[in-house]
Design a protein around this ligand. Structure first.
Ligand SMILES: Nc1ncnc2c1ncn2[C@@H]1O[C@H](COP(=O)(O)OP(=O)(O)OP(=O)(O)O)[C@@H](O)[C@H]1O
Length: 706
């Protein structure tokens, strides 16, 4: 190994170096404290300097955010790396043919002979000189990307090791001498092998080059990341959000950044990552929360739900809206004092056709038709009276009975709920919209046996909510986000993809997922299809193949399932060669689980017990009886080390020691049970124990020697 590290440096130099770095940390912390104090005092006096209440509120919000951004967590290192740029052009270049080019696009040319500490945010001293550079600054890029082949002007890259906020070690790579550690870095290894407790943490100190490329992709670029479990997809998505917010602060603050995750437990697990990076204004939601215009109060047969998630429903709804637009059959006559204005069928027809061709949302179209009718009335009035009518007159005309009757006849007012309610309330309305798109049998599945009398009285299902959102998008324009990160995207149905597309029409998306982990009935099998539904057909699909979570032996065991999952995904390689796998037949699942959890508690780190959903309560009770208190998956602030998680909620989560209880029951619980089991088996960071009474699912039999 060509690396120069602590062990090979002379002891005295090393101590002096470490002392100097610690002093720099102390100085930086003090400077950050001063920056925060300044922001706090501005915050306190903000309302005195702002001109009016609105300005005061805006300023207050900006300053409050600034204070939050400057928060200093004593346990989180303020910097984690250092870059020493070479002394002068060409003097530090290796013989790889690379030279220090002052015009290099990464700006390395400006940094000859300079030294920068790289950390979570900018810290400057009182003269404005940088003490720590934000990891997102252009020059920090070299911290992640510089290599012996392409040193980018960097002579030495230093990584720091911390323990409880204390700087304890460092590790140098002298790129100018051809030394490079890559994934053998001890600091990277320690970070990956660290026993996990609590919620997810940021990975700024150890982002890998292929991850960095995704994190720093342009705002305009939509990307799709296909990665096996634990390859850092979630981490990449969150860091990309932080990076884009840094680079396009004003634009994205106005437009907003949205993170979409599979459930609340997952969202609480990742909730602290962005605030730790100083980003406190990112919205996080599940798709269900995004489209929650109606309360969900019913469930339907899975086949009916699947049909409602089918992309053909978008065409059915579009047609249902279009068929509402009628052809004018009567002229409009409006009495106005001693005048009578009249618009004939022909011009009315032209107005409707012209507006229809404009392809506006239906509600906007209705307003446009109304305005055009009034404008014809206005022209007549002007011609007769030789003066412009008042605004009050225009308002009166737009609301007069003949105009409203005309609108209601040819372009009636619609609500999304009303549209869907109408569609499913009887076979005729549905047939008019669905013929040629849905078979008779499918139409029969959708029509309610006992429709509620009004949309309000309807007990909507989750799939209905998706259709209502689609209908909303046909009737009006929804506000969009500047960037949307979608995690566990393999589980989105085409209709859910469309719901996200409506919210990112003018922005970009980062789609993260793993086709092998698709558990929804409509799970994606091809990213290109999902991207097309998301309105980003040209986005590139990039694989991540290095696993940072799951030990190699556990990956090998879980991978036995891959051939039966019917997906084409690139295999991943685990960076972790430690860790343990123990697959055991037991006679009593409950007592074996209790014993396993007790044994696991002898180690550091969290313990996750994962079982089929209907077994969870029993296991919780048994553990409580044995004196082991447990938490639920959404309680990330818990002091308990043991969490019992239903298999359907564990996607995206990880525990140091995982106990999987009765795989056969997990598989049997749902149609895509084998995919679910693949998710369940890939949650372990250090050790996986699989306890079973029933035989293991066939693909796993004989694969436990690990
Ligand atoms: N570059 C890295 N340095 C250190 N740790 C990393 C790095 N990349 C990922 N990790 C860690 O690996 C673990 C898995 O990461 P993450 O949850 O982002 O993976 P994922 O691909 O989203 O997994 P899944 O498919 O299971 O949802 C996390 O603990 C994360 O912090």
């Amino acid at each position: 190994m060509p690396a120069l590290d602590l062990d090979t440096q002379p002891g005295a130099d090393l101590d002096a170096d470490l002392a100097a770095e610690r002093a720099h940390l102390t100085t930086s912390r003090a400077a950050l404290g001063r920056m925060r104090e300044r922001a706090e005092s501005l915050f306190a006096t903000g309302d005195q300097v702002a001109g009016d209440a609105y300005a005061a509120e805006t300023l207050g919000r900006t300053l409050a955010r600034r204070v939050a951004e400057l928060a200093d967590d004593p346990i989180t290192p303020l910097f984690f790396g250092r870059l020493d740029f070479g002394g002068a052009p060409n003097t530090s270049a290796t013989d790889s043919g690379t030279t220090n080019d002052p015009t290099a696009p990464d700006g390395s040319g400006d940094h000859y002979g300079r030294r920068y500490h790289v950390g979570r945010r900018h810290v400057t001293d009182e003269r404005g000189e940088p003490l720590v550079l934000d990891w997102r600054a252009p020059v920090s890029r070299s911290f992640y990307r510089a290599s012996v082949r392409d040193p980018q002007g960097v002579a030495v890259r230093r990584r720091f090791g911390f323990s409880n906020g204390v700087l304890t070690s460092f590790e140098d790579e002298r790129l100018d001498r051809g030394e490079e550690l890559g994934t053998t870095s001890r600091i990277l290894t320690a970070e990956i092998e660290r026993p996990r407790v609590g919620p997810m943490r940021d990975i700024v100190a150890t982002i890998q080059p292929e991850q960095d490329e995704l994190v720093r992709a342009d705002l305009a670029d939509s990307i799709c990341v296909q990665g096996a479990p634990g390859t850092g997809k979630t981490a990449v998505g969150l860091h990309r959000a932080a990076y884009l917010l840094y680079l396009h602060r004003e634009r994205l603050r106005r437009a907003g950044v949205l993170i979409v995750g599979p459930n609340r437990a997952f969202l609480s697990y990742i909730a602290a990552v962005l605030p730790a990076l100083g980003e406190v204004e990112v919205e996080q939601a599940t798709v269900e929360e995004l489209i929650s215009r109606v309360a969900v109060r019913a469930v339907e047969a899975p086949a009916v739900a699947a049909l409602k998630h089918d992309v053909r429903m978008a065409s059915v709804l579009r047609r249902a809206v279009q068929t509402q637009i009628g052809a004018p059959t009567e002229s409009i006559t409006v009495s106005d004092g001693s005048f009578r204005w009249r618009i004939g069928v022909e011009p009315l027809h032209r107005i409707v056709e012209e507006t229809r061709r404009e392809g506006l949302p239906y509600g906007t179209g209705r307003e446009r038709v109304q305005a055009r009718v009034v404008s014809l009335l206005q022209r007549q009035a002007e011609a007769r009276r030789a003066e412009s009518p008042s605004d009050a007159w225009l308002r009166r005309m737009s609301r007069c009975r003949p105009v409203l009757d005309f609108l209601d006849a040819v372009w009636p007012a619609l609500t999304p709920e009303g549209l869907v309610h109408g569609l499913f309330s009887g076979p005729d309305r549905l047939a008019a919209a669905a013929d040629g798109l849905l078979s008779d049998a499918e139409q029969a599945q959708l029509v309610w046996a006992k429709p509620a009398r009004t949309p309000k009285a309807t007990r909507w299902t989750a799939a209905d909510a998706v259709l209502i959102d689609e209908a909303t998008g046909l009737l009006e324009r929804l506000p969009g986000f500047g960037h949307v990160v979608v995690d566990e995207a393999q589980d989105l149905s085409p209709m859910q993809c469309r719901a996200i597309a409506r919210r990112s029409e003018h922005g970009s998306v980062t789609l993260l997922g793993d086709l092998a982990q698709g558990t929804a009935p409509w799970a994606a099998t091809d990213w290109k299809e999902s991207l097309a539904h998301l309105g980003k057909p040209d986005a590139v699909v990039v694989p991540l193949t290095v696993g940072f979570r799951v030990p190699a032996a556990v990956v090998a065991f879980a991978n036995l399932l891959l051939p039966v999952l019917a997906v084409d995904v690139p295999p991943a390689e685990s960076l972790r060669h430690d860790g343990g796998l123990d697959v055991r037949t037991v006679t009593d699942l409950t007592s074996a689980t209790v014993a396993e959890v007790r044994a696991a508690l002898a180690h550091d780190g969290s313990v996750g017990v994962i079982a089929a959903d209907d077994a969870v309560d029993g296991l919780r009770a048994a553990l409580a009886e044995a004196g082991v208190q447990t938490a639920t998956a959404d309680d990330v602030a818990t002091a308990e080390r043991v969490t019992v998680v239903p298999a359907t909620l564990v996607k995206g989560l990880e525990y140091d020691h995982v106990v999987v209880v009765e795989p056969a029951a997990i598989v049997a619980a749902e149609p895509r049970g084998l995919h679910r089991l693949y998710v369940v088996l890939t949650r372990a960071v250090s050790r996986l124990a699989v306890l079973h009474v029933a035989p293991l699912p066939a693909p796993l039999v004989g694969g436990s020697a690990g």
